[in-house]
Design a binder for this molecule. Structure first.
Ligand code: NAD
Length: 541
């Protein structure tokens, strides 16, 4: 209806700032950090464009200094969630009818603000609230800008795809938003994912409710404010921090929920899928379920691998952002012939990493996100310390006296099915299994037997070995790297997502994702309609 094509060119990825000593961006960020750390931000719900204040609130603290409160956030209950659904549905017609170029223009403007004046606000709040270093927060916010620009461009490319028309008629495909609202539930670990989950469907004309993670709510709130500042109409996205249970009970089961956009753990997505199944007869449409979920991302080395890049990939892949990237490397398979040289190198590299306050720019790792994550990591460390099947190569300790700090840990496991080799931990702990060089095929099979299939990488110089490994691991991940670490996917370059228990593999930020929020309506117009009823073959000879 309003999806005119404007030939917007393919976007460039947002430029990454380096925050070198003496640079203007470093000075601006430090000033912003100083300001934000001294505040306690009061966060309301935002429903129908209005701030809504509730009695029930939660305190938001910094993971690396858990006694320090940086925000108080209102929590929605049944009443507010119902208001948010009503507001989204009321906003739907006008938003859907807003010409495509104006929806696109709005989100390109938001992206530009993220690349410019608003960058420091989002970067600082992501650092403080989610314990990211300046660089990790920087790539997170750059990714959010990328999601917006590539989202707009992907939508345009989808709209261009039109059916053929025979002479005398015109067939066209109208890409409608879904008939209902979108429920977006986001995780703590990327501000970019938080922002993208409600925004991607909204770019193509949908309306949404957005439940951010309570441990990422500060940065997510600033993004919501930015959307409003850039002119997002009231009710198009309703910001409703609340408990997962309330969201499931009052929103997921609503007959007008047309799409569910989720990133988080496998268990939560499966519980929502189950709930949707149980309610299936009550929905107006079959809801589109898109979920990027858990992982147990791997590194697999061949005996021909180069040692230095292999060691660096293990350390960066496992420990950047405390192992809390969805793509973080958390198991590795190393041939016995490489281990004697690799082990001391891993110890050396890990010893260089400073763990601490992310406001100090020489920090490599902050704290894990919260007490529950700390306890999960501690449980794995305590059990590994007591197990005859494990030995610590490095790390193995943690300390929660000031922040939720877990030291970067490498565990050598004597069996490939030891719990830390197979279960998701989501912390700075990597497990390594050293295999006999002549057991390559068997070990590839073990690697491939994981229930997860998100990200993975191989290291080898021998080209035939690369071919064999790629073939054996084809279904073991959605994103696969050859001689590179398994983290760091860039929007538009390595569209990200996994299969098996890791998700529906709808590749965030790409047209594969955007198309899930559209429902095609095919229109045929006949220019000179036929008046015949009988067909020529019916004429008697
Ligand atoms: P989580 O599943 O604990 O929480 C995600 C969101 O779901 C939060 O907003 C949470 O409040 C909400 N939630 C919790 N219980 C709920 C329920 N019963 N009903 C509805 N919503 C509920 O995940 P997390 O700790 O925020 O993030 C870490 C997890 O996310 C890891 O498993 C990680 O692998 C995964 N992850 C995956 C990807 C990917 O691309 N595959 C990306 C990022 C994170």
């Amino acid at each position: 209806m309003s999806n005119a094509i404007y030939n917007l060119s393919r976007p460039e990825n947002d430029a990454i700032r380096s925050y070198l000593p003496g640079s203007p961006e470093r000075a601006q960020l430090q000033e912003e950090l100083k300001k934000q750390v001294a505040q306690v931000v009061k966060i309301p719900l935002i429903i129908n464009g209005q701030e809504v204040w509730t009695e029930k609130t939660i305190s938001v603290t910094m993971p690396h200094d858990h006694g320090h409160v940086i925000a108080q956030c209102c929590m929605a209950g049944e009443k507010e969630l119902r208001m948010a659904i009503d507001s989204a549905l009321a906003a739907k017609d006008a938003w859907e009818a807003t010409p495509w170029e104006h929806r696109a223009g709005l989100f390109l403007k938001v992206a530009q603000m993220l690349s410019g004046p608003y960058r420091k606000v989002l970067t600082a709040s992501t650092m403080l609230g989610q314990s990211k270093t300046a660089y990790q927060a920087e790539i997170d916010i750059a990714e959010l800008a990328d999601f917006l620009r590539f989202g707009v461009w992907s939508a345009q490319e989808i709209f261009k795809d039109q059916p053929a028309s025979a002479s005398g008629m015109w067939n066209r495909q109208d890409y409608r938003p879904l008939d209902g609202f979108i429920c977006a539930i986001s995780p703590f670990n990327f501000t970019s994912i938080g922002g993208n989950l409600p925004t991607a469907p909204v770019i193509v004309g949908n309306v949404a409710l957005w439940k951010p993670s309570s441990t990422a709510v500060l940065s997510n709130y600033y993004y919501m404010k930015l959307l409003q500042q850039c002119g997002l109409p009231a009710g198009v996205i309703n910001f409703v921090p609340c408990s997962g249970r309330d969201m499931s009970q009052y929103v997921v089961s609503h007959p007008k929920m047309a799409g569910f956009h989720f990133t988080g753990s496998t268990g939560v997505f499966q519980s929502v899928w189950r709930q949707v199944g149980e309610n299936i007869a009550s929905y107006t449409n079959y809801p589109r379920l898109v979920g990027e979920t858990g992982g147990k991302d791997f590194l697999f080395a061949h005996s021909s691998a180069d040692l230095e890049p292999l060691a660096a990939a293990i350390v960066r892949g496992a420990f950047e952002y405390q192992g809390q990237k969805c793509s973080a490397c958390s198991r590795a398979y190393i041939p016995a012939s490489l281990w004697p040289a690799l082990e001391p190198r891993l110890k050396e590299l890990t010893a260089q990493l400073k763990v601490g306050d992310v406001q100090e720019f020489d920090t490599f790792m902050g704290a894990v996100i919260d007490k529950s994550s700390f306890q999960t990591c501690k449980g794995f460390l305590d059990r590994a310390a007591a197990s005859p099947l494990c030995q610590f190569v490095t790390g193995g300790t943690c300390d929660d006296s000031k922040g939720w700090f877990v030291q970067p840990t490498i565990i050598r496991c004597m069996t490939p099915d030891y719990e830390s080799m197979v279960e998701e931990i989501f912390g700075p702990i990597i497990s390594i299994y050293v295999y006999d060089d002549d057991k390559l095929e068997e070990t590839l099979e073990i690697c491939n037997s994981s229930p997860y299939a998100l990200s993975g990488c191989i290291f080898a110089q021998d080209r035939q070995a690369i071919v064999r490994m790629e073939r054996a691991l084809r279904n073991a991940s959605g994103n696969f790297y050859i001689n590179d670490k398994c983290t760091g996917a860039v929007v538009g370059q390595q569209p990200f997502g996994g299969a098996r228990a890791s998700g529906t593999n709808d590749k965030a930020g790409s047209s594969l994702n955007m198309i899930r929020w559209l429902s095609a309506h095919v229109v045929k117009e006949e220019f000179c309609p036929s008046t015949d009823v009988t067909y020529p073959y019916m004429v008697q000879p």
